[in-house]
Design a protein around this ligand. Structure first.
Ligand code: AMP
Length: 405
């Protein structure tokens, strides 16, 4: 299927071509026609599947098909759990609406009311917002959601995880005049999402993006065995200094580990930026921007801090620390190989990580390749790492018997 086959206005198709999208992704092929017909949508779609364009195009098309008759507040309201995600959606919407006269706005915490006032006064057509700040404006009557015709809730699972249930309930109640609603969630398996979807959506069409397991097929994955922390660090520096490592995100498990690693990398002349939880918003955006623009090619982050960032062209995801579960592994590596591009995911494995590797292999149904770097080969083989203590005597016989069974 091509974008031309979707019932979209020429000004939107032109924007899609200018951005460089060749053909719609699976989620776009399924969502756009269903949304254009005015159906409620319940989509299971993690980031990286093209979900943002899937809800933006039909929403923009609606605004073009039914131009505003009366002055008022936003007619399309898109709710996002985090500031970064809200800005990313707004950015994509701006690109897609480049050839139209539609007015778009974004409202998040961390920014004073003065700059938002303008958005409310200017007959804004499409508004992207985070729940906390929008609630404040609803309560102070600076914003009303009665004009909302299309309501989109992005990353609903995370929205509920972050404790926005009450806010979302109120916002969806206020937007009661809507024509239809779309709810996107990385997973639909949680009871909370199911219950929430039941309340918000009316006879929705269910859409599944390709599951992340098959998405991982585009990513070249391998592991390096590391004898100890010192060896692991040497492997990391080697990988980061390789020419083909253009843009790498390095995951660590705690804030403390992050600080230590940054110090170590800097002493090896590896320029890097970092993201950690509870970072001032301006610092955070600056770190992301520098990485996005390619001024620094390494970004060190914890899982929590990396939530919601969507950066194109990440060539390498490096698990300096393995995650605590296999689905987080899939989520991490999904930050590379976005929308048809190639990507590499490398995990640095010490003895205590071997079990997690096995879990990941079972979960993704693929064996991770083992690789070595010349000059940095591990002294120990994997089997030795797993079986650190040699079992002798009677106990050894028991193990043998167990194995035979
Ligand atoms: P999302 O799932 O919305 O986070 O999108 C992931 C990435 O895919 C974004 O960087 C988009 O710019 C990109 N993208 C969205 N739709 C397409 C498409 N049809 N073809 C290629 N890239 C796309």
């Amino acid at each position: 299927m091509t974008f031309d086959e979707l019932d979209l206005a020429p000004e939107l198709l032109k924007a899609v071509k200018n951005i460089g999208y060749k053909k719609p992704t699976t989620i776009q092929q399924e969502t756009i026609p269903a949304a254009l017909e005015g159906n409620d949508i319940l989509a299971c779609s993690p980031t990286g599947t093209g979900k943002t364009v899937a809800f933006l195009l039909p929403a923009l098309q609606h605004l073009l098909d039914f131009p505003r008759r009366n002055p008022g507040f936003a007619r399309v309201l898109i709710m996002a759990p985090t500031r970064e995600l809200a800005y990313q959606i707004h950015e994509q919407a701006t690109l897609l609406a480049a050839n139209t006269h539609l007015k778009l706005g974004v409202i998040t915490g961390g920014i004073n009311y003065g700059s938002h006032k303008e958005i409310f006064e200017k007959n804004n057509d499409l508004l992207v917002a985070t729940p906390g700040r929008l609630m404040e404006y609803l309560e102070t009557e600076n914003f009303h959601a009665e004009d909302v015709e299309i309501l989109v809730i992005d990353e609903a699972d995370r929205m509920l995880d972050m404790g926005f249930r009450g806010e979302m309930q109120r916002i969806t109640d206020e937007a009661r005049n809507r024509r239809h609603a779309m709810l996107f969630s990385a997973t639909l398996e949680s009871n909370a999402v199911e219950k929430f979807a039941d309340q918000v959506l009316n006879d929705p069409i269910g859409i599944m993006a390709e599951p992340p397991k098959s998405e991982t097929g585009k990513i070249t994955q391998w592991i390096h065995l590391a004898d100890d922390a010192h060896h692991k660090f040497a492997l990391l520096v080697n990988i980061l200094k390789q020419e083909e490592t253009h843009k790498a995100i390095v995951f660590v498990k705690t804030r403390e580990r992050l600080q230590t690693l940054i110090g170590q990398l800097q002493s090896e002349d590896v320029r890097c930026n970092w993201l950690q939880g509870e970072m001032p918003q301006d610092k955070r955006l600056k770190a992301i921007e520098k990485f996005q623009n390619g001024w620094v090619k390494v970004l060190v982050a914890t899982d929590v801090a990396a939530r919601g960032i969507d950066i194109d062209d990440i060539t390498h995801v490096i698990n300096y620390d393995m995650p605590r579960s296999a689905d987080v592994y899939v989520h991490r590596i999904g930050r590379t190989a976005r929308a048809g591009k190639k990507g590499t995911a490398i995990s640095l494995i010490e003895a205590h990580d071997v079990r997690m590797v096995a879990k990941v292999e079972r979960f993704t149904d693929q064996k991770l390749k083992r690789r070595v770097i010349e000059g940095l080969k591990p002294r120990y083989k994997e089997a030795r790492i797993v079986k650190k203590k040699k079992v002798k005597g009677k106990a050894a016989k028991k193990v043998k018997l167990k194995k035979k069974k």
